[in-house]
Ligand binder design. Sequence first.
Ligand code: KE4
Length: 428
Amino acid sequence: MKSHRKSEKLFKQAKAVMPGGVNSPVRAFKAVGGNPVFIAKGKGSKLYDVDGNSYIDYVLSWGPLILGHAHPKVVKALKAAVDKGTSYGAPTPLEIELANLVLKAYPSMDMVRMVNSGTEATMSAIRVARGFTKRDKIIKFEGCYHGHADGLLVKAGSGAMTFGVPDSPGVPESYAKNTITLPYNDIDALKAVIENAWREIACLIIEPVVGNIGCVLPKPGFLEAVRALTKKYGIVLIFDEVMTGFRVSYGGAQERYKIKPDMTCLGKVIGGGLPVGAYGGKKEIMSMVSPEGPVYQAGTLSGNPLAMTAGIETLKILSSKGTFKKIEKLSALLEKGLADAAKKAGVRTRFYRAGTMFCTYFTDREVYDYATAKTADTARFAKFFMGMLNRGVNIAPSQFEAGFMSLAHTENDIEKTAKAAYESLKKS
Ligand code: KE4
């Protein structure tokens, strides 16, 4: 049994000075119980906590570290960059370099703006879409998370056609009423709302693969219908690829499902572990953005040289021949290992994967939206989570989060993970 004595002591100190002892809620282990482990360092596929325990890591900072922790080339480039200073508040060639790497991978975008988080990316993209269409309402889908901007912390009202209601205290009704929330994968509900209210709808924002209720795939034809309906009624289609970008495939879900959105939001991988978000789209839309256009958006540290450096190095390595394929192969190996472990332990689970992101649900029902994801047995998941953590495997501390693979993981890591899964499942 691993000792977590130092982590427990640190958690007490953390809770005295930071709400919940963390800087992002999911890290506090509320969904699985127990106390979070405090990390001392990461290297390759591993995390090392302050008590000297090591973990094969499938959280990877919630997606960004697709090359693994502290990739030598990324570290080397950052060390050289930091000697030149950390931020200038003025343009640099690095921003052009990362922009070009992103636009090459996402041909649906003519232009891109760098920001500091996925939240900033989606919040800004929606403002631009509203400025471009001069319409106020937005459509999102139940279970999709697009960051914590007020208008996005909204759940469905009593009926799909009625106004959204706040999904958090502090979100004014007046913000929520402009957000329509629909069930994911439900084309009929979407059609009815758009045909009825299209004149007021500025944009539809969607996670093309939903990584925030685990890993939920679009049903065949769903994304095509979303694209056709939004095009027909002049509604800006925003693909929130903050998580799926460079994860579902190098070109994101839009490459895998061959859909051309009007705007795309990115984050996570493009910062290589440093704070970067981005939003972009067709030139006619992006020319609305200040200072070229009237829609205001700004950021002190947007495009800063360190984050750009980490992103450039990450994408250069990730785009090299065969690299993405290798990570995808490791993901498929893990899928097989976990499915075999569940079968051998006699536990009914459902495993979903899109490229290098995935999720094991503790349910025997098909999962295709928020409601079906919620049929999962969260108590069983919590036991499984603890069993894996105690056997040196770090998975997301919530049934409703995705897992991620990296280039640094080995077949030996995956064998150990499958063994730990079998033992944890047998005991859960
Ligand atoms: P950030 O503001 O956390 O950089 O990005 C928000 C965001 C936007 N869009 C999608 C599809 C996202 O998945 C996210 C953030 N993802 C969560 C994981 N569920 C980040 C982890 C956390 O909140 O601590």
